[in-house]
Design a binder for this molecule. Structure first.
Ligand SMILES: [Zn+2]
Length: 391
């Protein structure tokens, strides 16, 4: 059995939006109350043990008596908030995360509903039934398959509603093709394959650069103006000083910036999804270089940062798709792979060039056997050979 998540955008009507906002608010309230309780408890008695999700669910009953409006929320979402908080604490205890923070409605909002008695159900290609909301319209290229476990509803900073449906499916192994491939992660192309194919790097951000820049400028200008106006209100002791929410033009610019960024991120992810699916369908064994994550973090240039992020994403998507579909991903140490000749296996130390000169070389002739080599394709073939040798 494998767990799969499908993310899609939903278009709730105004009544459904109201109910969503209620549940977002209730789940956030429970999270903040429980977090506060954990902090106070620790303060009063440093010896006190952490209250786990089960204990918090018991406290939830009392909280519901004290604040009856919590009953408006989708019922499993409040327990999910407790579970998520407990998970956040566990990650903090293990040193994986920072201390959990209080949630604010200024940022993305979300809640999670458990599937009980088929209350979450895909009706057709464009309609899904969700607890407390009823039938909601959605747009997605893919439908969730298998048994639905839960759904996370999210309102993004771009003011869009999304759901992530988590399902449990039977293992779906793909037919074996007997083919294997090596891949060299590049800067000129995203991935060079040992069979000669080069997956291009698309600069999706170029398409929206002007518009994004325009809205970013407006956003920062309107933010400053709003801050000044708020400061003026406080200075003059206005009874109800304005909040950032009251500045509609600032809010519009903020949403537009988030929207364009989301668009770019979506297109980038779409390319990776399609490319990785193609790879796992075509090949049984895929050999890639092991990424040097520490070395990558040092790089501050934007173009490099984007490529690095795409590489990490590519490798992680490929890893889980190989697991799902019964294929194999091997990662090898990339040292010297671009300098070894695939034909005679001799390592040519940068052909005597310095590092930056060597990086510019696209094609070269092996001094040992005279083979004419494409730098990237040769590297991918060497990586494939290295990977297969470990088997
Ligand atoms: Zn050679």
């Amino acid at each position: 059995m494998v767990l799969k998540a499908v993310k899609m955008r939903i278009y709730p009507n105004s009544e459904q939006r109201d109910r969503l906002m209620q549940t977002f608010g209730c789940a956030r309230f429970v999270w903040n109350q429980m977090l506060n309780m954990q902090i106070e408890r620790q303060k009063n008695n440093p010896e006190a043990k952490f209250v786990n999700a089960f204990g918090m669910n018991n406290l939830l009953k009392r909280l519901k008596e004290e604040y009856p409006w919590l009953k408006q929320a989708e019922s499993t979402s409040l327990q999910s908030a407790n579970r998520n908080l407990a998970d956040a604490f566990q990650r903090f205890f293990k040193g994986q995360n920072k201390f959990p923070h209080f949630k604010s409605r200024k940022y993305a909002q979300s809640y999670n509903s458990k599937c009980v008695n088929h209350n979450i159900k895909v009706i057709d290609n464009h309609h899904i039934k969700l607890p407390k909301l009823g039938v909601v319209y959605f747009r997605s290229g893919r439908l969730p398959q298998g048994k639905i476990k839960n759904v996370t509803v999210r309102l993004t900073v771009a003011n869009q509603y999304c759901i992530t449906v988590l399902t449990e499916c039977e293992n779906q192994t793909l037919a074996k093709t007997g083919k294997r491939v090596g891949g060299d992660l590049g800067l000129k192309s995203l991935l060079n394959l040992s069979d000669g194919y080069k997956e291009p790097i698309h600069h999706f951000e170029d398409k929206y650069r002007k518009k994004l820049h325009h809205w970013e400028k407006l956003r920062s200008r309107r933010y400053l103006l709003a801050k000044q106006a708020i400061a003026w209100d406080y200075h003059n002791k206005v009874l109800a000083p304005r909040q950032l929410d009251d500045f509609k033009n600032y809010q519009k610019a903020r949403v537009m910036v988030a929207k364009y960024r989301q668009k770019i991120a979506n297109q980038r992810l779409d390319q990776l999804q399609k490319f990785t699916t193609k790879l796992v369908k075509q090949y049984d064994i895929i050999v890639l270089e092991k990424l040097n994550i520490k070395g990558m973090l040092k790089n501050h240039k934007l173009a490099r940062a984007i490529t690095n992020a795409s590489w990490s994403k590519l490798v992680s998507i490929l890893q889980y798709k190989c697991d799902w579909y019964g294929k194999k991903l091997i990662q090898v140490n990339p040292a010297y792979t671009s300098q070894i000749c695939i034909n005679c296996e001799k390592s040519n130390h940068r052909l005597g060039l310095n590092k930056s000169e060597w990086l510019d070389v696209r094609e070269w002739d092996c001094p040992n056997c005279g083979t004419h080599l494409d730098r990237d394709i040769n590297a991918a073939q060497v990586i494939l050979k290295k990977g297969l040798a470990t088997q």
